[in-house]
Design a protein around this ligand. Structure first.
Ligand SMILES: Cc1cc2nc3c(=O)[nH]c(=O)nc-3n(C[C@H](O)[C@H](O)[C@H](O)COP(=O)(O)OP(=O)(O)OC[C@H]3O[C@@H](n4cnc5c(N)ncnc54)[C@H](O)[C@@H]3O)c2cc1C
Ligand SMILES: *[C@@H]1O[C@H](CO)[C@@H](O)[C@H](O)[C@H]1NC(C)=O
Ligand SMILES: *[C@@H]1O[C@H](CO)[C@@H](O)[C@H](O)[C@H]1NC(C)=O
Ligand SMILES: *[C@@H]1O[C@H](CO)[C@@H](O)[C@H](O)[C@H]1NC(C)=O
Length: 608
């Protein structure tokens, strides 16, 4: 035990409501629910493990052999953990060549893993139990910055944070990136990750790649492996810049940068009655526009965000509150509250909590400050490298402070699913209106999503990548509670399932490759007009399918079995229900048609 003094210190942190993140306030308001016995129990359950930066997603029984690999949430959508016989940590391209040659010669299944493994689906799993993992953890160097050409060449394991920081030191910027900097460039390209913009080439990082070096298997005559250098003129770059890790190991990436610039950000809150129309025009009006939608609160928060002249005064910083170091105790309290609300079917409790969280986030401008210290009002003006992405929870010194990222699997904290898909601009209004009809029918069904900061809407553009976006679109990002117990239905399960099916099937939405549950990938490959070109390049680069697995083949439509029929499968997104047993009949959830989209099949609580 760590001693009573320490417990007290933690109470003070929570009790004084110091704003480490929004949940502090929530915990305060919900404190009364927790009896002393329960709180004490919490302490004895041992939350005071000293933490360091996120755990390596690869764990080996013996040094680098006999390993398991997961994602940063420590579990895949089907609740499996994958195995590998051996993991390698190359530091340069020559090492990669040797490794891929050796794998090719021995017919070894192989996958690239990153230091983070921040994707939810199981892309990282080598097939079977005896595959190899090639980690990009030490492929972490910035190789060259060409100030004149405004390019930057990096190894594939370099983090987004490194790219942002190093570019800025040279007076340059990568304009469009994800909002979370705890990602590697290789991983970002792997899943087509993006920020939000309809301007220029759009918000995807892969649109800013000018050259890419990839190590692939090769025939014996070529030494079993080779480095392929793909430049913008090369047709194959369209396959390699969103590759799902299936073509080989990306060694180096050259990015196109721009001179560092300043931006001005203002959040505008409006009611959501005209959101369908606004969603279409807003993205054309502002370069870095995005929208946060709170359907139950009937609110939409518009991010008015544009470049301003470099001499505009302001030194704003974005440190998104949910990506800040969060005390483990606070996370545990929140998780227990959520578990209790789920158990009791307490929708009102969720709505109250969601409202408090939203108000706290809004009052603190989501973590924007005008000068790196406090928020004094809009607009917040600052340098692009301080505003585009954040993730201070990654480098919190977790020893002593006992904080972590909210989803860190080593503490009792957030555990969730993410459903994320993009809807073409031509139908986005209809999609939003369908969701609004659901809101009318079941307003409280949306509070669970609002507890995770609502629906994030971001702009993406049609891409030349074979597995990139097919048309200009709005990407919808929904995060929601997941039970530790696979057979437990979620409160208002039906609402989220119906939105998922409306988005993915009725309007042909494209799932984010790095998020989602299996159902979202059902038939996905038919939505890509150049899928056959991708498959051709895959066969050419990796004819032995070393970088593919049964699961990746299923997603690509090359094998059956992506979704399964078993008890409770719909609860986990492992199937669309067709029998009541796919839901949780003993807990009152049955397979029924959708309320707005009649073709949907969703797990609905009887009587609702
Ligand atoms: C908190 C959080 C915030 C996020 N925010 C955003 C966001 O704002 N926008 C967005 O679009 N996404 C976002 N994501 C999703 C994220 O961008 C993707 O899941 C991304 O792919 C994860 O990158 P990673 O470095 O962890 O790669 P991993 O998840 O480890 O790998 C992804 C895939 O890429 C492959 N791969 C990685 N490196 C290489 C390489 N060198 N060569 C070949 N293949 C490789 C892997 O094999 C795997 O198939 C977020 C995720 C989290 C957890
Ligand atoms: C791997 O480790 C586990 C647990 O220690 C052990 O049971 C298993 O036999 C090991 N396998 C190999 C191939 O070493
Ligand atoms: C939403 O705002 C518009 C003006 O922007 C107003 O006309 C409308 O009445 C409002 N709707 C609701 C439900 O408050
Ligand atoms: C910024 O610079 C431009 C010319 O480079 C000048 O016209 C403008 O007045 C300056 N603005 C500020 C706020 O200093």
């Amino acid at each position: 035990m760590t001693g009573l003094a320490e417990h007290k210190a933690h109470f003070r942190v929570v009790g004084s409501g110091r704003l480490t993140n929004s949940w502090s306030v929530l915990c305060l308001t919900r404190m009364s629910q927790f009896t002393p016995t329960r709180l004490l129990l919490l302490f004895f359950l041992g939350f005071y493990v000293a933490l360091s930066i996120p755990e390596d997603p690869i764990n080996c029984f013996t040094r680098n052999t006999n390993c398991t690999v997961t994602n940063s949430y420590a579990i895949f959508p089907d609740r499996s953990i994958c195995e590998a016989q051996q993991v390698f940590y190359p530091a340069q391209e020559e090492d990669l060549l040797k490794l891929v040659a050796s794998a090719t010669q021995n017919g070894k299944k192989v996958k690239v893993a990153t230091r983070f493994s921040h994707s939810i689906p199981k892309w990282v799993c080598p097939e079977g139990h005896n595959g190899w993992l090639i980690s990009t953890k030490y492929l972490n160097r910035v190789m060259e910055i060409d100030a004149e050409k405004r390019t930057m060449r990096v190894q594939s394991g370099v983090t987004l944070k490194q790219v942002v920081d190093e570019a800025a030191k040279a007076g340059l910027a990568l304009p469009y990136t994800p909002y979370w900097w705890g990602l590697t460039i290789g991983g970002i390209l792997g899943t087509g990750a993006h920020g939000s913009s309809l301007w220029g080439q759009g918000s995807s990082v892969h649109e800013q790649v000018v050259e890419l070096r990839i190590v692939t298997p090769a025939p014996p005559a070529d030494g079993y492996a080779k480095v392929r250098t793909l430049s913008e003129e090369d047709e194959h770059l369209n396959a390699a810049k969103v590759s799902l890790g299936l073509l080989g190991v990306i060694s180096q990436i050259t990015l196109k940068l721009e001179p560092l610039f300043k931006r001005s950000i203002t959040y505008l809150t409006k009611n959501d009655s005209d959101l369908g129309d606004e969603a279409i025009t807003f993205g054309q009006q502002h370069e870095f526009a995005d929208i946060i939608w709170y359907p139950h609160q009937r609110k939409a928060v518009y991010r008015v965000d544009d470049r301003v002249p470099i001499n505009t005064s302001g030194n704003g910083v974005y440190d998104f509150i949910p990506f800040r170091p969060t005390p483990s105790l606070q996370l545990a309290l929140l998780r227990i509250t959520e578990d209790v609300q789920e158990f009791n079917g307490d929708a009102d409790g969720k709505c109250l909590l969601a409202m408090t969280a939203t108000n706290t986030l809004m009052a603190n401008a989501y973590g924007l400050t005008n000068n790196g210290i406090i928020f004094t009002g809009f607009p917040v003006v600052g340098f692009h490298n301080h505003l585009q992405a954040s993730g201070s929870c990654l480098d919190s010194d977790m020893k002593g402070k006992k904080t972590s990222c909210p989803w860190d699997s080593r503490v009792k904290g957030e555990f969730f699913h993410q459903t994320t898909f993009s809807i073409g601009l031509s139908v986005v209004k209809k999609f939003i209106e369908d969701v609004q009809k659901l809101v009318e029918l079941e307003p409280k069904g949306f509070c669970g999503i609002e507890m995770y900061n609502g629906v994030l809407m971001r702009y993406v553009k049609a891409s030349s990548a074979y597995l990139g976006k097919q048309e200009d679109a709005v990407d919808f990002d929904l995060t929601y509670y997941r039970s530790k117990e696979p057979m437990n239905p979620r409160l208002h399960e039906d609402i989220i399932e119906e939105i998922e099916q409306i988005g993915i099937f009725k309007y042909g939405g494209l799932p984010h490759w790095g998020k989602n549950r299996n159902v979202a990938f059902e038939g996905v490959i038919k939505k890509y007009k150049n899928a056959d070109k991708f498959l051709k390049v895959k066969d050419e680069y990796d004819s032995q399918r070393l970088f593919s697995s049964e699961w990746t083949d299923q997603v690509l439509g090359l094998k059956e079995g992506l979704t399964v029929s078993m008890d409770g499968c719909a609860l986990e997104g492992l199937c669309i229900c067709s029998h009541d047993s796919h839901c949780a009949p003993s807990k009152g959830y049955f397979c029924r048609p959708g309320k707005v989209y009649k073709e949907a099949k969703i797990c609905t609580r009887s009587g609702s």
